[in-house]
Design a protein around this ligand. Structure first.
Ligand SMILES: *[C@@H]1O[C@H](CO)[C@@H](O)[C@H](O)[C@H]1NC(C)=O
Ligand SMILES: *[C@@H]1O[C@H](CO)[C@@H](O)[C@H](O)[C@H]1NC(C)=O
Ligand SMILES: *[C@@H]1O[C@H](CO)[C@@H](O)[C@H](O)[C@H]1NC(C)=O
Length: 611
């Protein structure tokens, strides 16, 4: 399969080059054999954080080389701007609204390891299909798609029940709360609520006591009053005390390691997790080098709290975030080295991506802890803005995919599903809608057009924006019906100084647009020049020769039609339970995975294998 490496000697040089060229083209044309798959997904990494996407001051040589040796996508879109729904769509090839991996109530991701929601057992991941095709499948790292349904041991949402033979990692993922650090996803909010409730109760207790005392001097006090004051005071004290231990509880109950179905380290030992996961991934590759395999390395980098080994701390030009990105690149390099060493490079399709864009609100003590989305507007959590959904995407398969191609067609992370299934020899499920489209023809240069007529950008169950390519002109139109009201300089949620794990809401404090906010992304990737068809040509400051008033009018009509057509997904999708809806997204003590005895839940069975 690999392109020939013979050298050409002088008299026949020209002919030789032509022949080699033909052979090369031939190699690219022949039907590919079933490859191994190595899929690497980062967490909250922005498209502007990598050298191969134009970052000049951060060092990511390994990922850059991967891009040089393969195909780099520049308009690669996550199905959602936050992790749980984006990952669900990635693994199943379906919009989250179809599987129920969404909500309509402000819960954007699964909140607890001990919640009942998760990827429904009847959803089919590409791992499960490959398992059926004789692949050995492994997941190392973050899952965040649920654990159990009714009892802690049913593990109905667990990776082992979704097509993975082998799992070592975090049922949720890395988060600020694992380190008791800012920004905190849960602890800070819980503390605030507990203290607020405690203090409100204390105030009522004091009022009752004062009333009872005041009356005691004149009339006889109601005999229950002192008791009520004491009882309320006690509850208030419990709430107040609770606010001091909730941080430790969150770290223990949500940040732990599982090896297959067993909790093996609780709470997670932050300093050891990167070497542990790296070793596991390397071992997996070595152990299964003779089998067709699928390894999904779901990195904890570059999510806060930016856990970075001492060797990488303070080395980058971009603070703790940059250090973490550079360590991530090193981890990728280590894995690719094992592939090379085991002679697996040519037989393995490697894919690198991120689940959503960089988290702009992630700041603490004035330091920016989130990454960069390059020229793109907005970030993680921000509905349809480009910054939250346009992520890096690199594919490498020497001899089958061209080297150094850059592809700017709009394609989706959901496309990995049909691509992997087909290459692995499987067939797509025919009993359900699959939204992904086979990427191989585009990656190999057999076509230049995305197979997507339109891409939908949901925020929870709400359709925030749509995008489509106009075939004749190549223009990429995007219409926003709703946008978040991100304020880079403000404070509070959905602002620059968000503090506690802010992400913008999908409804409520948002801007609605009728007519929609329209952009042409090829000429305006940063979404700064909204287009409107003017009544008079003289009032058309933003229109150009290519983007005429007629084009804008036509695009507006398309947007309206597409919205009407696809918003219908919502009621039909209403038949599946929303896995991030309130009842499914509560902490249920009886679903709490725990090693040792509840509530202590403490163990470290990974310690012995530490280097
Ligand atoms: C998980 O279970 C499979 C099958 O029993 C086994 O081969 C694999 O080694 C286990 N994985 C880990 C991380 O222990
Ligand atoms: C490179 O990445 C860092 C870290 O996210 C960011 O601060 C910087 O602005 C980026 N540089 C460019 C040129 O995008
Ligand atoms: C034209 O673009 C500018 C930004 O470049 C924007 O502020 C303005 O609102 C746009 N005008 C119209 C009519 O959309």
């Amino acid at each position: 399969m690999a392109p020939p490496h013979r050298t050409c000697s002088s008299p026949a040089t020209l002919l030789c080059i032509v022949l080699l060229g033909l052979q090369y083209v031939d190699a690219l044309r022949s039907p590919p054999p079933r490859p191994n798959f190595l899929i690497i997904m980062a967490d909250d990494l922005g498209i502007g954080d990598l050298g191969c996407y134009g970052n000049t001051s951060i060092r990511t040589p390994n990922i850059d080389r991967l891009a040089e040796d393969g195909v780099r996508l520049t308009q690669y879109l996550a199905a959602e701007s936050v992790c749980t729904p984006s990952r669900a769509a990635f693994l199943t090839g379906r919009y989250p609204i179809r599987s129920g991996m969404t909500s309509g109530n402000g819960h954007r991701v699964l909140q607890w390891a001990a919640g009942a929601g998760g990827l429904p057992p009847k959803e089919i991941t590409f791992a499960r299909i490959l398992q059926g095709q004789g692949y050995v499948t492994g997941l190392v790292g973050k899952w965040h798609l649920g654990l159990s349904c009714r009892t802690v041991s049913d593990l109905c949402h667990h990776p082992l029940n979704h097509g993975f033979h082998h799992f070592l990692g975090l049922p949720l993922g890395m988060m600020g709360d694992c380190a008791g650090a800012e920004p905190s996803e849960k602890r800070a909010g819980l503390e605030r609520r507990l203290r607020g409730a405690g203090r409100a109760l204390a105030a009522v207790a004091v009022a009752i006591a004062a009333l009872a005392w005041g009356r005691g001097r004149g009339l006889a006090p109601a005999c229950w009053a002192p008791w009520a004051a004491i009882a309320l005071g006690a509850v208030a004290a419990i709430f107040e005390a609770g606010s001091y231990v909730v941080g430790g509880a969150v770290a223990r109950y949500d940040c732990f390691l599982m090896r297959n179905a067993t909790v093996t380290q609780q709470p997670l030992q932050l300093d050891h997790v990167t070497p542990l996961l790296l070793r596991e991934a390397k071992d997996f590759l070595r152990r299964h080098r003779h089998a067709p395999f699928l390894l999904f390395l779901s990195l904890l980098h570059t999510h806060t709290p930016l856990v970075t080994s001492p060797e990488f701390r303070g080395r980058s030009a971009h603070g703790r975030y940059g250090d973490n990105v550079e360590e991530m690149d090193w981890v990728v390099g280590q894995i690719l080295e094992v592939l090379e060493h085991e002679g697996l490079t040519d037989s393995t399709l490697v894919h690198f991506t991120s689940d959503n864009g960089a988290w702009l609100e992630a700041q603490a003590g004035g330091e920016q802890l989130g990454g960069s989305n390059g020229v793109f507007r907005g970030g993680k959590g921000m509905g349809g803005w480009e910054g939250g959904i346009r992520v890096p995407g690199v594919f490498r398969w020497p001899g089958v995919l061209p080297r150094g191609r850059v592809l700017d067609q709009p394609v989706s992370l959901m496309d990995v599903f049909p691509t992997v299934v087909r290459l692995g020899g499987g067939v797509l499920p025919s009993d359900r809608e699959i939204d992904g489209r086979d990427l191989l023809p585009l990656l190999r240069g057999e076509t230049w057009h995305s197979a997507h007529e339109v891409l939908l950008h949901y925020c929870e169950v709400f359709l925030h924006a749509v995008r489509w390519v106009q075939r004749d002109s190549g223009q990429v139109w995007k219409a926003h019906f709703v946008t978040p009201t991100f304020d880079p300089l403000g404070s509070g949620s959905c602002s620059g100084a968000g503090g506690a794990a802010a992400v913008c809401p999908c409804v409520g404090k948002v801007e609605e647009h009728d007519p929609p906010l329209l952009f042409e992304l090829t000429s305006d990737p940063g979404e700064v020049r909204p287009l409107r068809a003017p009544a008079k040509m003289s009032e058309a400051p933003n229109l150009t020769a290519a983007i005429t008033s007629e084009a804008v009018t036509a695009a507006m009509a398309t947007a309206a039609r597409v919205r009407q057509e696809y918003d219908m997904l919502r009621p039909t999708a209403g038949h599946v339970p929303q896995q991030m809806g309130s009842l499914y997204n509560l902490w249920l003590p009886w679903l709490q995975p725990c090693c040792g005895h509840f509530p202590a839940c403490a163990c470290d069975l990974e310690g012995g294998s530490r280097k």
